[in-house]
Write a protein that binds this ligand. Structure first.
Ligand code: ACM
Length: 639
């Protein structure tokens, strides 16, 4: 009898871990419409792919996917005659009425039809691969008959990576792009220049990478630091050939690569290479008055610590010529309509001190240094507009007046985006205040690694990301049209390795994809976290990709009062286990395993602490999650 119950329980868990049983067929981001029908499509070796040669790239991706599942399929032209019992997967037909990125999947009568053109067909394939069962049942892969209609909410769905603070190899950049492609993100914002490193080869200015691509040390621990730097040379850059390789790799996955060349601030690496770009070329690099580092302070240097630095580009004709030459080479590498020119965190102290800058302010009839920044950005915008490109800038470009055609990336909250939309400018929402900064930690547990935004500030778990709506309610219907999309940013001050990048983006990138793609009315956190997240994280677990293991689903985050409590938990990763303690000790696999709902009874005047840990099949661990059940307990030490 006991065995029977256990078998039923595991059958239940298997069912709930199956994409087919979920209303969204396990797909992230949730499609606009999923209608399941009776019957199923079973794949066997007789299955044929019918596709035109114009879709050969996507056809090959499907063939490789099926090959990895042990199914070798033949590919034939669309006109190949087939019988009613022949299993076929048809790619790319009947696309006339579909919008650019829209697609349909129709599975019925022994046919899978992936309907869409270009990006649409690519997205149909992504969804098909996600709904494909992870296991055979009775020796076959079976997919429930279904009709899916889908298209994106926003045209811009972005993910950013800072390679200035830490450098990541081309092989990993491709992996990052693969993640974006699988989740229908379509703009990779590549943050290529920083105070701590210039990472893109510019042939006209070789010192940008020879000098600017290398720093003599990296701050140890938390900024502003107490332990100096590690005194180790840290360097790296992408050749133009490598950058072009990334552009092509991304394009094959319908992803646009937006390069960011930061100006006028965050330019220490370029200034170290070419000091004349500074208002004070002879002045040593200022590395912070509280900075205990005792190394040499002579000359300009690539920064070894984090933060915001006063030594920004001087708006001289020499600087503009330099930037135009740099941008010419950047444009030749990146076909993106948008070039990101930064514009954030540019302190005006050097411009205030500089006689040249003050004279320029007078000559140009500008109000102040903010006006000078606006002049700077507008000149660069004009140059790029004349080359057929448009600029994106961080929301500081609003200060002193927006450049006429600029798109604003709102990062210091939503206000910049709101103002830009009110001024009829396009807006991309990426507010650090709403979970879109993936360098922030994912829980308040002590187990978290070093991140930016400590002490509780800048904490954002996937649920917070999920709850964000990029369209501010204060805007009118007309103004809302200027919100073109949403992006998450990954700044890498405290992210040194690909494994940590993965830890920081998963699972939040899933939530990002859903807020970028799925219609508001279809968003459903419970379905996301209970049904689909466990499936997707389980795939990562099997692939050996690193990720932040969510804590047990259903555990209250805060203190709970009262006497009797029933706690029902669910695993956030299919096949994972939850272990718990109620004795104050840290749980591990040696603790009690959570099997069914916990009844927690707390006598009057006492408290109990539930501590849980999730351990995945591959052995990855969540942080320890704590809930205090307090029934009138008063801490005498506190009293
Ligand atoms: C930014 O985070 N400084 C754009």
């Amino acid at each position: 009898m006991k065995k029977l119950i256990l078998t039923t329980v595991s059958a239940f868990f298997m069912l709930s871990a199956n994409a087919q049983t979920d209303v969204n067929m396990g797909i992230i981001p949730a499609p606009v419409s999923v209608v399941k029908n009776a019957g199923e499509f079973t794949l066997d070796k007789s299955v044929l792919i019918l596709a035109s040669s114009s879709n050969s790239q996507i056809t090959n991706m499907l063939r490789e996917f099926l090959q990895a599942k042990g199914i070798t399929v033949k590919v034939s032209s669309l006109k190949t005659p087939t019988t009613a019992t022949q299993k076929v997967i048809i790619l790319g037909v009947e696309t006339e009425k579909l919008d650019k990125e829209a697609y349909k999947i129709v599975i019925k009568d022994n046919r899978v039809r992936l309907i869409g053109a270009q990006a649409g067909l690519f997205y149909a394939l992504q969804s098909f691969m996600q709904l494909f069962p992870s296991e055979k049942v009775n020796g076959v892969y079976a997919i429930q008959n279904v009709e899916i209609n889908d298209y994106p909410r926003f045209s811009y769905r972005g993910l950013h990576l800072d390679v200035g603070r830490h450098f990541f190899p081309i092989s990993f950049i491709k992996k990052y792009i693969d993640v974006m492609a699988a989740y229908k993100l379509n703009n990779f914002h590549w943050h290529l220049t920083e105070d701590q490193g210039w990472r893109i080869e510019i042939k006209k200015y070789p010192k940008l990478t020879e000098v600017g691509g290398s720093r003599n040390g990296t701050i140890i621990g938390v900024y502003p630091g107490t332990g100096g730097t590690d005194n180790e040379v840290y360097k790296g850059y992408y050749t133009q050939a490598e950058a072009k390789e990334i552009v092509a790799y991304a394009a094959a996955r319908y992803i646009n690569v937006i390069p960011e060349i930061e100006l006028p601030g965050h330019g220490s690496a370029a200034i170290a290479a070419y000091p004349e770009l500074s208002a004070f070329p002879e002045r040593d690099t200022f590395i912070g008055k509280d900075w205990p580092w005792s190394g040499p302070r002579t000359g300009k240097q690539v920064q070894q610590t984090w933060g915001v630095f006063d030594d920004i580009f001087v708006p001289s004709e020499n600087t503009f010529k330099f930037l135009e030459n740099v941008l010419d080479e950047v444009i030749a590498i990146f076909p993106s309509k948008y070039i990101h020119i930064g514009g954030d965190e540019a302190p005006k102290n050097y411009w205030k001190e500089s006689a040249f800058c003050q004279q320029l302010i007078k000559e140009k009839g500008l109000k102040d240094e903010h006006g000078l920044q606006s002049y700077f950005i507008q000149r660069i915008e004009k140059y790029l507009n004349n080359k057929g490109r448009s600029i994106i800038g961080w929301d500081e470009i609003l200060e002193g007046g927006l450049a006429p055609n600029a798109t604003v990336m709102s990062w210091r909250g939503e206000q910049g985006g709101i103002e830009a939309a009110q001024q009829k400018h396009d807006v991309l929402m990426t507010p650090s205040t709403d979970g879109l900064y993936f360098d922030y930690k994912q829980s308040l547990a002590e187990d978290e690694p070093l991140t930016i935004g400590r002490n509780g500030k800048g904490y954002a778990n996937y649920a917070k990301v999920y709850s964000y709506d990029p369209v501010p309610k204060v805007l009118t219907e007309e103004q809302k049209k200027y919100i073109k999309g949403v992006q998450a940013n990954l700044w890498t001050e405290y992210i040194e390795t690909p494994a940590k990048v993965e830890y920081m983006i998963f699972p939040r990138v899933y939530a990002l994809s859903e807020i970028a793609w799925t219609p508001l009315a279809k968003k459903d956190l419970k379905n996301f976290s209970d049904e689909r997240l466990p499936l997707h994280l389980s795939k990562l677990d099997k692939m050996g990709t690193n990720f932040w293991v969510p804590t047990a689903v259903g555990q209250p985050e805060k203190e709970v009062t009262g006497e009797n409590h029933v706690v029902t938990l669910q695993v956030p990763v299919t096949g994972a286990k939850i272990f718990y303690t109620l004795d104050g000790f840290r749980p591990s696999e040696n603790a009690a395993e959570y099997i069914s709902a916990l009844n927690i009874n707390v006598p009057q005047g006492k408290k109990k602490i539930l501590k849980t840990i999730v351990i995945t099949p591959s052995g990855k661990r969540s942080v320890v999650a704590e809930t205090i059940f307090n029934n009138g307990f008063v801490d005498v030490k506190v009293k």
